[in-house]
Design a binder for this molecule. Structure first.
Ligand SMILES: [Fe+2]
Length: 465
């Protein structure tokens, strides 16, 4: 392996407190949350095992890694500068690993780089997801900031409003309908008393199809969809800057706000929007949704009991559970069944089954009132059975991404890829699991030269889609 950057001692964080962090001002700045302050390029990486040859593409991930001055007392994990990571696999080899900051204004200044062009002012960090939009890779975030288009080597190209078609900011979680090819999204931003339902076509052109009045300004992180409906989360974390004027992330628990979930027709007919009372909780992520043969709408979620109530620099207020919400349009009622209470987050599925009946979901461990990391889970949402892959002592994963094997038709015939922190090396590995032998030994472990700080979301981008 060759690398042009070796982590400095200051970037090598102590292994202690790597796996959990308490509600202190350093909660999201220590252990493997500690920022990497430099970009890395490395070639011909060390591999244990054998990388499947049909994994031909890039495994992308993004998360926060603040550069420049910050105040630990007010820092919030959701607001750090975006650092995108990519591992290039081809022909059974790990050709390169790159990390590049997404060039918001703070990153350009801190790194001494020229600011990128594009609409908007680029002041807000772009740090939450990296995905294909209109055939091009974009880093994306919610709450008002525009996407940043990236090139093949993860360099920031320009901010984008999708050729002037995007109203306002975008979201961190557009969902791709594999049948229509559309991306669907719910967008929001501070100071705006409505949510937008936005559809982006295969060419990357956005259309606002509905405005949903929400004067209480909820934080809406994700969206769900079925063949006929968009699933709209309206849960009691709302924009309340008056509670903490200096707080950099002014979204807090709001006991006065009744939790609800909406079903909006895909065509955006706001007059046919139906709301259902929901359990008191917060949901970042919808695992999947579909319409059952009975006509009920199934919405699988990762449900947190509370969010940003006691700890405004969370998220860490109780164990999240995998829950199934059944929405009965005839009665107007929502019923809930807990599918798994291991404490998993960052759910992924076989994206070929988005919006359709499905069997398997994959999550990463997330436990209790402390942010913890460790194994990954494979959930059979039909039987309720959960398989565990424990990477071993000193190893911790976040989001596991499922990639179908080339030519596969079975839902779990493929691979699960994850960036896994390895405390022994104080660096990260990319681990490739067989989804059908989930608890078994990895197919391959690619050793990266640096840590990939705990972060958010990403995507496998194949060379041949
Ligand atoms: Fe997310």
């Amino acid at each position: 392996m060759n690398t042009d950057v070796t982590p400095t001692p200051s970037e090598r964080s102590p292994a202690e407190s790597t796996f959990s962090t308490h509600a202190t001002e350093l909660a999201y700045l220590s252990g493997n949350f500690a920022p990497m302050t430099r970009e890395t390029t490395a070639f011909d990486l060390q591999v244990r095992g054998h990388i499947p040859e049909d994994l031909d593409g890039r495994f992308l991930r993004i998360g926060p890694s603040p550069v420049g001055p910050l105040d630990p007392a007010s820092y919030h994990w959701f607001t750090g500068t975006g650092l995108v990571h990519g591992l290039r696999l081809r022909g059974g080899r790990a050709e390169w690993y790159r990390s590049r900051f997404t060039l918001s204004a703070d990153a350009a200044t801190a790194l001494g780089k020229a600011p990128i062009s594009g609409p908007g002012d680029g002041q807000l960090p772009v740090n939450t997801n990296v995905t294909l939009i209109g055939g091009r890779v974009h880093a994306i975030v919610e709450a008002g900031a525009l996407p940043i288009e990236l090139d093949a080597n993860l360099e920031s190209v320009a901010r984008s409003d999708f050729g002037g078609t995007l109203e306002g900011g975008f979201t961190a979680h557009p969902k791709r309908d594999p049948i229509t090819g559309e991306l669907v999204a719910i967008t929001y931003e501070p100071g705006r008393a409505s949510l937008r339902y936005v559809v982006v076509d295969a060419e990357g052109r956005a259309q606002t199809r509905a405005e949903i009045a929400t004067p209480h300004e909820p934080m809406v992180h994700d969206v769900g969809f079925t063949r006929n409906f968009i699933v709209v989360l309206d849960l009691p974390v709302t924009f309340q800057p008056q509670l903490a004027p200096a707080h950099v992330f002014p979204y807090f628990w709001n006991e006065r706000q009744a939790p609800r979930v909406g079903l909006l027709p895909r065509n955006g007919d706001i007059d046919r929007l139906i709301w259902f009372d929901a359990p008191s909780c917060y949901v970042f992520h919808i695992v999947n949704a579909y319409e059952a043969q009975s006509g009920e709408v199934i919405v699988d979620v990762v449900r947190h009991p509370r969010m940003f109530e006691r700890d405004r620099q969370g998220p860490n207020e109780g164990t999240p559970v995998l829950a199934r919400w059944t929405l009965d349009r005839a009665s107007g009622r929502l019923s809930e069944r807990v599918l798994d209470d291991h404490g998993g987050e960052f759910p992924r599925i076989d994206d070929r089954l988005g919006g359709q009946d499905y069997q398997f979901a994959y999550t990463a461990h997330w436990w209790g009132d402390r942010v913890s990391s460790g194994p990954v889970y494979k959930h059979d949402v039909r039987s309720g059975r959960t398989e565990v892959h424990d990477f071993g002592a000193g190893h911790a994963s976040l989001e596991p991404v499922f990639v179908p094997r080339s030519g596969a038709t079975d839902e779990d015939d493929g691979y699960v890829l994850a960036y896994v922190f390895n405390a022994e090396r104080n660096a990260s590995d990319v681990v490739v699991l067989s989804a059908q032998d989930f608890a078994g030994p990895p197919l391959a472990v690619v050793e990266l030269p640096v840590r990939v700080p705990f972060g958010f979301h990403g995507e496998w981008v194949p060379d041949q889609p």
